[in-house]
Design a protein around this ligand. Structure first.
Ligand SMILES: Nc1ncnc2c1ncn2[C@@H]1O[C@H](COP(=O)(O)OP(=O)(O)OP(=O)(O)O)[C@@H](O)[C@H]1O
Ligand SMILES: [Mg+2]
Length: 218
């Protein structure tokens, strides 16, 4: 049984068809790179995977059951989506880091927080910083840490390294590949062709709202 399965999924908005008749199966442990021209529908595809939007036609199954049979909170805990433009809320980094704990009604796990800041080569002094003053790359890493405090089953990454320098890109790539080795399924949109082939076991190309190819790399 596949972990996530699209069956003839289409998505239209304002009479414009953005994705047409997609059928694809994603297996547990897959690392799928998603490539395609700007405006081809890649981000829309990840938004469907995370249930931020719903298909206008067709259906999506998660572990063999239709998405609509799950509660949105249940899906949100299992499937994490990191936006192309990182979204932080409130005034401080701490508010963002505390959020995943507060929605689960558990105390902040200082050890887990420190571990993740360490993995991303950031100091925990960031916790007291004002989100307004962070650089694009810092916001992106904080958003990633927020998604990883509780390990998701599927991690959806939308061009998350485009604002990062070479060193930080490498750090993020290392964290993501080691999470994938631990069994987390990864879907990663990238415009970087070298990055798209380096870590993935499958390469999904989307063009003009359709699947152009699904290449098995290893
Ligand atoms: N909610 C929406 N309503 C109307 N049109 C939309 C909506 N969301 C996306 N689109 C349009 O659908 C198309 C696909 O958008 P999408 O963001 O999925 O592209 P993308 O492949 O991620 O592009 P990029 O590489 O530039 O991020 C674009 O033409 C976009 O303008
Ligand atoms: Mg996009």
């Amino acid at each position: 049984m596949s972990l996530l399965e699209f069956q003839n999924v289409s998505f239209a908005n304002d009479d414009k068809t953005i994705l047409k008749n997609l059928s694809v199966s994603i297996d547990q442990g897959d690392f799928i790179s998603i490539v395609g021209p700007s405006g081809s529908g890649k981000s829309t595809f990840l938004k469907l995977c995370s249930h931020l939007i719903s298909p206008t036609n067709g259906k999506i199954n998660f572990k063999g059951n239709n998405f609509i049979d799950y509660s949105p909170t249940e899906l949100r805990k299992s499937i994490a989506y990191c936006f192309q433009t990182p979204y932080l809320f409130g005034d401080t980094v701490m508010e963002n880091i505390n959020f995943p704990f507060s929605i689960r009604n558990v105390k902040l796990d200082q050890k887990r927080v420190s571990e993740l800041f360490f993995l991303f080569h950031m100091t925990i002094d960031y916790l007291n910083k004002d989100t307004k003053n962070l650089s694009g790359g810092e916001k992106q890493r904080i958003a990633l840490i927020r998604s990883l405090l509780f390990k998701p089953e599927i991690l959806l990454l939308d061009e998350i390294t485009s604002a990062l320098d070479v060193d930080n890109t490498k750090i993020v790539e290392n964290v993501i590949t080691s999470l994938n080795k631990e069994g987390i399924t990864v879907l990663w949109i990238t415009h970087n062709l070298e990055q798209s082939r380096k870590y993935a076991n499958k390469l999904l190309a989307i063009e003009a709202g359709e699947i152009k190819s699904l290449e098995v790399l290893k």
